[in-house]
Design a protein around this ligand. Structure first.
Ligand SMILES: Cc1ncc(COP(=O)(O)O)c(C/N=C2\CONC2=O)c1O
Length: 400
């Protein structure tokens, strides 16, 4: 391997949400709230960013931009960025994107917050599939629109869409938008073309616009394939696609993402209301990611594959009644520990107080996730092993 994913990198004093923001985000506690373990004694498996250095090609591109020494107002003017991103979509997803549909946003979450308000009138509703990344709900709440949830069907830890339920809810004339996660966080599903086709047809037939959040699409297990939803409906202007280098290359702090808006009226509102200046270092980083990041990503995927295999084997040996499937996508493990805990247990607090592990779980994913914990496996294997050891020790002790 050319890259060292076993390297432990010190993130303290870097204003990192991962190391410094967990009290507020997970527990809604003040920054000085006391917990049983010293901060640096926690195994951090919660927020979705990685413990791996961003690829050298990206850091070099940022250094090259720094050497220009002026950082005035900046937008994506150079066509080289579109060429890099469109080549990425063509080569990896056999998907031709259109330059006139591409805009950028300082994150997919801000785009979801904006687009929800642009697309839905105050009395209209937004459909999401649950369990869900909580910010889908936050985007709806922020816009004071009504949230409608369709629970995914969980068959022994394998999640599928409940098309009958989606159809019923999409038929409500007030449901105007679905924020869709493709691939799915937290279950790790990569939706098949057949599932995407069925889902898309239900929404389009019922005049429900879709925002397909595909931020995790590059982070799939080796050998599996992602299908952009919009690729299956080339004649529709009702599917907005969000992609980003942020998850793929561990650069979420650079606040740069791609939004593809085929719907003319929505694009018109976006251009009228969105603040479209960008950070020059972020543009340089994103372009380098798409132009040169492929080799690093291939090695990252192999390392993550091994972390998932390690987790599967470790839980099979040390937590016999846990249910865990290797996620098809994301670097997030999704584990049912219902055999060890009561429904309604505050799982993040339990593991923070009694295991020294920071994780997300339970009701942090809107609904339909009660006895699940989500583990960030994008870390050096030694840290992963210690986190799993602590989790299994606590749960086996509680079981006795
Ligand atoms: C489905 C999905 N969309 C959007 C985002 C964030 O996009 P951004 O605004 O950074 O461009 C995340 C990050 N997911 C996270 C971040 O921490 N925990 C998670 O599950 C995500 O999982």
């Amino acid at each position: 391997m050319k890259y060292n994913f076993d390297e432990v990198i010190d993130r303290t004093h870097s204003n990192s949400m991962n190391t410094d923001g967990w009290r507020e985000y997970i527990f809604h506690a003040p920054r000085d709230a006391k917990f049983p373990y010293p901060d640096d004694a926690y195994v951090r498996m919660w927020i979705a960013d990685m413990e791996f250095a961003t690829p050298p090609c990206i850091i070099d591109a940022m250094k090259e931009r720094l050497d220009k020494r002026i950082f005035g107002y900046t937008k994506v003017f150079d066509p080289a960025y579109f060429e890099a991103f469109s080549a990425w979509c063509r080569n990896r997803y056999e998907w031709e994107i259109k330059k006139e549909e591409l805009v950028t946003s300082p994150g997919i979450i801000p785009a979801l917050f904006e687009l929800t308000g642009y697309i839905c009138q105050p009395d209209e509703k937004v459909l999401i599939l649950t369990p869900s990344y909580a910010y889908f709900k936050h985007a709806v709440d922020f816009n004071h629109r009504e949230l409608v949830c369709s629970d995914l069907i969980n068959t022994d830890g394998y999640y599928t869409m409940d098309f009958a339920d989606i159809e019923k809810k999409a038929a409500d004339p007030k449901v105007k938008l679905c924020i869709f996660c493709n691939p799915h966080n937290p279950s790790g599903r990569i939706w098949t073309e057949e599932e995407l086709q069925t889902f898309g047809e239900i929404c389009l037939k019922n005049n429900v616009m879709i925002i397909s959040d595909e931020i995790h699409c590059d982070l799939i297990r080796t050998g599996l394939r992602h299908t952009p939803l919009a690729k299956l409906f080339p004649d529709s202007d009702q599917i907005i696609t969000c992609m980003a280098p942020s998850k793929t290359f561990n650069m979420a702090g650079l606040m740069f993402s791609n939004v593809l808006i085929p719907h003319a009226e929505t694009m018109k509102v976006w251009k009228a209301r969105h603040y479209d200046f960008e950070n020059p270092l972020s543009i340089a980083a994103a372009q380098a990611a798409y132009e040169k990041g492929g080799e690093w990503l291939a090695e990252l995927k192999l390392y993550l594959d091994d972390n998932f295999r390690f987790t599967k084997e470790y839980l099979a040996e040390h937590l016999l009644e846990a249910k865990f499937r290797i996620s098809e996508a994301t670097y997030l493990g999704w584990v049912d520990i219902g055999a060890y805990v009561e429904k309604g247990t505050d799982l993040p607090l339990l593991f923070a107080n009694e295991a020294g592990v920071l994780l997300e779980g339970g009701d942090m994913f809107v609904q339909n996730s009660d006895t699940y914990i989500r583990l960030n496996l994008a870390c050096p294997r030694a840290g992963l092993a210690e986190g799993l050891r602590r989790i299994c020790y606590l749960l086996n002790k509680k079981k006795k």
